[in-house]
Design a protein around this ligand. Structure first.
Ligand SMILES: C[S@@+](CC[C@H](N)C(=O)[O-])C[C@H]1O[C@@H](n2cnc3c(N)ncnc32)[C@H](O)[C@@H]1O
Length: 270
């Protein structure tokens, strides 16, 4: 489960069970369907709690792999301090908090291709904390702006890097390097778009760009978790032809030509 890879179309048994338990990635669908014509009822706290933490935000099907994969990277941690970069209003931060971890979510709530957030994120986030009995701290900022004077056991970042500028990625990774404890883990899921370089001549699409994972590793100077660099954009072993040839085995976003790269980096032990 630790290999850095492109997310597979076939979910593992553990992922299916995890998604069922938490109603990921769309919320508990049977309940949602049952109340689809009843907007007032859908706003009730009891019902929102029952729908679960993943029913509060728009998601894509590749998250059915990205969320459980990220979760299982940290499964063996004791109660830990987790920093999520770009956590938005996603359910994962609340799952970790419900399981007893101390969670900080750093997100400036920038438009990432879908327009502005329709709710006030701070108000909505506070509501979600109350709903799930959690205490996730939301920082509406970028990570370098925060100048945290503390450290974290783990940093997670789900489907966010590809929406950021090169300068923001570099400064964010330098902050991560400073903030991760020795031996701490950075868990990343990064979109691989099939409609931009290296698959086509366009450098960007409406969502962002393909970011070299090898370049990110150079900035971090961390070891990668064991596995195949052939499925991570930017490494010499990566081949766009191979990805396209094998595309049927990967989990493709049903609404957009996009796959999800999954990778971890570990900071050196002291
Ligand atoms: C596609 S959403 C992903 C949200 C969430 N991780 C999830 O699983 O649904 C991308 C998020 O990246 C955030 N973002 C954009 N630039 C950022 C930056 N420089 N630092 C942190 N987050 C950023 C956006 O505000 C947005 O909430």
């Amino acid at each position: 489960m630790g290999d850095p890879i492109l997310a597979r179309a076939q979910q593992t048994k553990e992922f299916k069970e995890w998604n069922r338990k938490w109603g990921a990635p769309f919320g508990k669908l049977k309940l949602l369907k049952a109340v689809s014509g009843l907007p007032l009822l859908r706003r009730s706290s009891t019902l929102r709690r029952a729908i679960g933490p993943f029913g509060c935000q728009f998601n894509t099907n590749t998250r059915a792999v990205e969320y459980p994969w990220t979760y299982f990277q940290l499964l063996n941690s004791q109660r830990s301090t987790i920093l999520e970069v770009g956590g938005a209003l996603s359910g994962l931060q609340f799952v970790f908090a419900m399981e007893g971890h101390e969670v900080h979510n750093v997100d400036p709530f920038f438009d990432y291709g879908v327009g502005d957030y329709r709710v006030d994120p701070l108000v909505e986030h506070e509501k979600l904390n109350r709903l799930f009995g959690t205490n996730v701290t939301l920082h509406k900022a970028t990570l370098p702006e925060l100048e945290f004077q503390r450290s974290f056991d783990a940093v997670i970042c789900v489907s966010t890097i590809e929406h950021m500028s090169e300068a923001d990625i570099a400064s964010t990774l330098r902050s991560v390097k400073r903030l991760l404890k020795p031996g701490g883990l950075l868990v990343l899921t990064v979109d691989l778009f099939l409609d931009v370089v290296p698959f086509t001549a366009s450098s960007t699409n409406k969502w962002g760009t393909n970011v070299s994972i090898a370049w990110m590793q150079q900035i971090l100077g961390f070891e990668m978790g064991a596995g195949r660099v052939a499925e991570l954009y930017g490494y010499a072993e990566f081949s766009s032809e191979d990805v396209l040839r094998d595309v049927a085995k990967y989990d493709v976003n049903k609404n957009y030509p996009q796959l999800a790269q999954l990778v971890t980096f570990r900071s050196p032990k002291a």
